[in-house]
Design a protein around this ligand. Structure first.
Ligand code: NDP
Length: 448
């Protein structure tokens, strides 16, 4: 037993040395390694075949210059990344993030998480992630277009409908995907499903926009049911007001919850009568405005500067849907002190390791991101199927498949947690279940 723990500790030390100054990547790897011991006890072949050493090292990392010209004729240079982490179970798949905080370590942690998430969907997709430190905020449509065209002028060499299929993430929505797709088509002369999250008029899927937020709620419903709870009648706090947050709010409300708070990186609003989502959509989706503008529509709502304070708002269920490490240990204790009984992660790695441990030892129901937010990538894989068939499906058809996929992911995580001696611990369940499928595929394919 201790041999396995020593092995995992040594591997963690190597990862830290080899990827110096990338704390987000260390955190993501540590969480997975801490879960895997029971799987290694059952099957030591995972150690002897070096499968975990290979899993923590990307298959390929592409890093490139992205020069572009702003509306005043000034030249800017950003960095572009694509990390193709693991293709054992299918072509690389994962989003692109445009945000000034992006550097190799962020893309690496996201790509690593994506391997397990994609595996959990049950669909044949490998893990990757990409992006740039470009900040789209305040940029005109033409500036965004020029940036996207320059980004794709390099990226197109490494992606393809059967090799690597990027999608959106923070800062990359339908507009950016459209410009990226247009440039890919121009460079390659091919109209295919190389990107997902496309517009409906050129190969996009109905319900892809809603998928991550809706899927999060479908997963959470199943988790709540294990404790005899449901969304109905609960008070819910959701961080962020982007794609994931808006559609998590929409579905939670439809299931009977009252969503009382939402945020952006400047601050958060509290509306005890329940957030009016139409106003949030108008502010965020149409006007690209700030969440504080909600008070123009609802003057009695509160606005507080600073986004972290949102975890002090009393709630039954918290859904972090903004960014990584937005809930630290103190925020976790504030949530629990306010009566929070369930946390469902919509963002990637929104809870620090300490916060996760606090929730688990405090008896809070905890839905980890790599399982709970897999609805987006699952529906992207459904978009790929529709593209291959050249046949669009209806909203209800996609939504029904999404619900089934999320329920299956929950069942898989739950039964794996029981099978490996940690009943109800969905972090362990998700990590082991996601790992086993990829590891077994890697072992079958030899040392590659
Ligand atoms: P969007 O760009 O649509 O929205 C991001 C939201 O988070 C905005 O409200 C933004 O506020 C806020 N935000 C971003 N950075 C910070 C920060 N440092 N502090 C506080 N708030 C911040 O992105 P998505 O909704 O697509 O993504 C949100 C999260 O969900 C990310 O972790 C992403 O990786 C994850 N995810 C997304 C999927 C998808 O399908 N889109 C799929 C699976 C996971 P502001 O406008 O002020 O920046």
């Amino acid at each position: 037993m201790s041999f396995k723990i020593d092995y995992l500790n040594e591997l963690m030390t190597t990862v830290e040395k080899r990827n110096a100054n990338e704390p987000e990547f260390h955190q993501a790897v540590r969480e997975v390694l801490e879960s895997l011991e029971p799987a290694l006890v059952r099957n030591s072949d995972y150690i002897y075949s070096g499968v975990i050493e290979r899993l923590v090292e990307p298959e390929r990392t592409v890093k490139f210059r992205v020069p572009w010209v702003d509306d005043h004729g000034m030249v800017h240079v950003n960095r572009g990344f694509r990390i193709q982490f693991n293709s054992a179970i299918g072509p690389y798949k994962g989003g692109l993030r445009f945000h000034p905080s992006v550097y190799e370590g962020i893309i690496k942690f996201l790509g690593f998480e994506q391997i397990f998430k994609n595996s959990l969907t049950g669909l044949p997709i490998g893990g990757a992630k990409g992006g740039s430190d470009f900040d789209p905020k305040g940029r005109s449509d033409m500036e965004i277009m020029r940036f996207c065209q320059s980004f794709m002028t390099e990226l197109y060499k490494y992606v393809g409908a059967d090799t690597d299929i990027p999608a959106g993430d923070i800062g990359v929505g339908a507009r950016e995907i459209g410009y990226l797709f247009g440039q890919y088509k121009r460079l390659t002369d091919q109209f295919n499903g190389v990107l997902t999250g496309k517009g409906l008029s050129y190969g996009g899927s109905l319900a892809r926009r809603e998928a991550t937020g809706y899927g999060l709620c479908y997963y959470t419903e199943k988790m709540l049911a294990t404790a005899g709870m449901s969304f109905n009648g609960t008070r819910v706090v959701i961080s962020g007001s982007g794609n994931v947050a808006i559609y998590a709010c929409e579905k939670a409300q439809a299931l009977g919850a009252t969503v009382v708070a939402m945020s952006d990186s400047d601050g958060y609003i509290v509306d005890n009568n329940g957030i009016n989502l139409e106003y949030v959509k108008e502010i965020k989706e149409q006007n690209k405005g700030r969440i504080r503008d909600y008070r123009i529509y609802v003057p009695l709502a509160e606005y507080h500067a600073g986004s972290r304070g949102i975890w002090g708002v009393k709630c039954d269920i918290a859904m972090p849907c903004a960014t990584q490490n937005e809930i630290d240990e103190d925020s976790a204790f504030s949530l629990m002190a306010g009566g929070c009984r369930a946390v469902a992660e919509g963002a990637n790695m929104p809870s620090t390791l300490e916060a996760t441990k606090a929730f688990l030892s405090g008896g809070v129901l905890f839905a980890p991101a790599k399982a709970a937010n897999a609805g987006g990538v699952a529906t992207s894989a459904l978009e790929m199927s529709q593209n291959s068939q050249r046949m669009p499906w209806t909203f209800d058809e996609v939504d029904t498949r999404l619900r089934t996929i999320m329920e299956n992911i929950f069942d898989n995580c739950y039964s794996t947690s029981e099978e490996y001696g940690k009943p109800g611990n969905l972090v362990v369940g998700a990590n082991i279940a996601g790992f086993l499928k990829v590891a077994d595929a890697m072992m079958s394919q030899g040392i590659v």
